[in-house]
Design a protein around this ligand. Structure first.
Ligand code: ADP
Ligand code: ASP
Ligand code: MG
Length: 406
């Protein structure tokens, strides 16, 4: 007996016809004899509209009521999917997050799952019923509805697969797998048959939003077998696997990019111990995540320039914190730039190959693209460039690493 989770993203359940089409995928699994848990997203665009509605009630809506509103798109679709399955003669019922319950902490808008009660679902699956679960939502302290961060239905699916001991978690979307880079930007992108958890985690966190970052992290930690595939075709997708399952390792597997970046430079900061703590301490207290950092060598031994990046949405908050703490930190001037993007190359093969960075710098130089900041880890190299050059940079790197499809 195989137990699977099938998750359908927004475009796969964007209207009644598509929900009916997705239901046929579920039926095929049921007909094979599988036990099936279905996780649904809201119809494409619905979550954005719900977010807009909350903002029309005033700036900074109460996060608990924000969650009460934005979680509803998934609730509608869970009910509709259960109806579509029933119409096909399948025994199915919908489950909201609180009914299972998918328990979370109280960080509304991006709650973490703390536990899932599986007893009732287990029992029903064993009895042949299909469980249709509303993605993206859970139940926080004092029974408040929480949401799991944008793209969070992926997390619901992987977490359920882990908790229910499913054999596989199939993520149905509008592309037929994970590509070497976003196929909407590079038509020559190639589909990967397999990608390692670590590479997928880097790619997702560096901007390849085909899977939500935290869902990949959870899949990696709980060894959940994930497949990304299309709900509009019948071809096998991409499997996310452990490194030992990949026979032919590419040096670079993928190119990611993110426009969710902003750059801050502090000019003439005192060059002495303790200054970095004075800058980054208050930013962290204000929940601003700092990503790439470069510090120049000071010419006179007294002052230096420090450049770093933050999420674009956090730029105003970061500038305010730094301005408020200017006397304590001690710097001459602050400049900031929103028109930047981060472009990254990712691959486990980097561990054992030299010259990967050089090829990146060369390819960007040939296109006249200036590198503003660089950061690296064992399996990735990221550069910050002017936003206008994002697509050119991604395409140039895709070609430079030999990833273009014939
Ligand atoms: P869903 O609504 O099904 O969750 P998403 O929009 O969240 O779908 O994710 C699918 C999209 O991810 C694709 O349409 C594609 O444009 C984008 N994407 C970005 N990077 C990649 C990549 N490396 N491979 C495949 N898709 C990617
Ligand atoms: N509907 C939610 C969103 O748009 C969750 C999801 O689709 O995964 O972010
Ligand atoms: Mg998604």
């Amino acid at each position: 007996m195989t137990r699977i989770v099938q998750k359908f993203g927004g475009t796969s359940v964007a209207d009644v016809d598509r929900i009916k089409n997705a239901a046929l995928k579920v039926k095929a699994a049921v007909d094979r004899g599988d036990q099936v848990v279905v996780v649904v997203s809201a119809m494409a665009g619905v979550t954005n509209s719900l977010v807009d509605l909350t903002q029309k009630m005033g700036p900074l809506p109460d996060a608990r009521e924000y969650d009460a509103v934005v979680s509803t798109g998934e609730q509608v679709n869970a009910g509709l999917m259960a109806l579509a399955l029933q119409a096909l003669g399948i025994q199915a019922r919908s489950w909201m997050g609180w009914q299972i319950a998918i328990q979370t902490d109280g960080v509304h808008g991006k709650a973490r799952i703390t536990g899932i009660d599986t007893q009732e679902l287990d029992h029903r699956l064993n009895g042949g019923e299909v469980a249709v679960v509303a993605g993206f939502q859970g139940m926080g302290p004092r029974s408040r509805i929480t949401t799991l961060g944008r793209g969070g239905s992926d997390l619901t699916a992987v977490a359920l697969a882990g908790a229910l001991g499913a054999d596989r978690c199939d993520i149905y979307t509008d592309v037929d797998g994970v590509y070497t880079t976003d196929p909407r930007i590079v038509p020559k992108a190639r589909k990967l048959n397999k990608v390692t958890y670590e590479e997928m985690l880097e790619m997702a966190s560096l901007g390849s939003k085909v899977l939500q970052t935290r869902s990949v992290e959870l899949a990696m930690n709980h060894k959940v077998r994930v497949q990304v595939l299309s709900s509009f075709s019948d071809v096998p997708g991409t499997f996310i696997v452990s490194e030992d399952e990949v026979v032919e390792k590419q040096i670079v597997s993928g190119i990611s990019h993110s426009r969710d970046e902003a750059k801050i430079t502090l000019l003439r900061v005192a060059d002495r111990p303790g200054v970095a703590a004075k800058i980054f301490g208050p930013l962290s207290d204000a929940s601003v995540n700092v990503d790439m950092i470069v510090q120049n060598v000071s010419e006179d031994g007294k002052a230096t320039d420090l450049t770093f990046t933050v999420g674009r949405a956090d730029l105003d908050a970061a500038v305010k914190v730094l301005t408020d703490n200017r006397n304590d930190i001690g710097y001459e001037r602050l400049t900031s730039d929103r028109a930047v993007a981060k472009v990254s190359v990712v691959g486990v093969g980097m561990r054992s190959h030299a010259g990967v960075a050089q090829r990146m710098f060369q390819a960007l130089a040939e296109k006249g693209i200036n590198i503003q900041v660089i950061s690296t880890s064992e399996i990735k190299i990221s550069v910050l460039v002017a936003e206008d050059y994002t697509e050119l940079a991604v395409r140039a790197l895709h070609t430079a690493y030999g990833l273009d499809a014939e």
